[in-house]
Design a protein around this ligand. Sequence first.
Ligand code: HMG
Ligand code: MG
Length: 298
Amino acid sequence: SFPSSVRLVEVGPRDGLQNEPDPIATSTKLELIDRLGGAGIRHIEAASFVSPKWVPQMADHREVMTGLSRRSGVTYSALTPNLRGLEAALECGIEEVAVFGAASETFSRKNINCSVAESLERFAPVLERAGKAGVRVRGYVSCVLGCPYEGEIAPAKVAEVSRALFEMGCYEVSLGDTIGTGTPLKAKRMLEAVAREIPMDKLAAHFHDTYGQAIANLYAVLEEGIAVIDSSVAGLGGCPYAKGAAGNVASEDVIYLLDGLGIETGIDLNALAATGNWITQAIGRPNRSKVGVALNAA
Ligand code: HMG
Ligand code: MG
């Protein structure tokens, strides 16, 4: 059955922008984050403490995290793949971070330059240090419904990596359909395999919309009981290590779906749509939210 409320994790400022080739001003990122908070979003993934050589667009992570005007009740998180990233994030006063692994060996190597097993070894001290600092850690698993290099990924592998992250201390595991190749039945089966290892209320859906299936996939996993959804305003984004990957499912489209199902989110759809319109104009990208385009035309 459907959950009565859903927590939306807005990943636009990180996942949405990380792949933009031209530098985006820190002030634009800060305004985006502020507008998202103003629309009622309570969890915003704001930056990424990764190598600026690998992901140049996230090089201003310190300026973003320290430049935020924090709203009460809003969590501002960032990716930290290793201890070095975590230490830098802690210096910025971060309260939540995320480690990111994969269910595909090849993707793991391309994305974070190590095997899946090695990545888990790197994450362990990050979780330990974060725990001591009172910082919550979220875990991502990429390629849960397919890999750009390996194709099909076994649900058992997704379950295994998810369980490892959860047992290490991640408070929540976000399941990433990195390249958006999933379909609803496949998404359900994958989720069933993971939910045998981890309680459903510790899982999140992080679906990209490359094949236009993300909303259908979300409907399928909502029915299974998923109550945390990652999305990106205006459907911004793409992963630098997954060629052809489109953005995350658009936040506006997700809220429209949830509103229609009578599922509570606390988010103001019109304010969100206006934010999508503003950021796409600011960075010269098309608005990939159908709901956003429709509302802004109305
Ligand atoms: P590495 O080469 O294995 O590590 O990279 P290293 O320790 O040997 O360091 C290499 C270089 O990076 C060195 O610099 C380090 O100083 C530097 P150099 O000596 O060459 O000048 N470095 C750092 N700089 C800043 N901050 C740090 C840091 N660590 C090392 N924290 C590493 C390993 C993970 C750092 C690298 O592979 C990397 O940065 N990868 C980027 C991965 C990334 O950001 N991918 C996109 C996000 S994941 C995603 O989008 C998927 C998701 O949305 C879910 C889904 O959709 O599936 C989450
Ligand atoms: Mg992603």
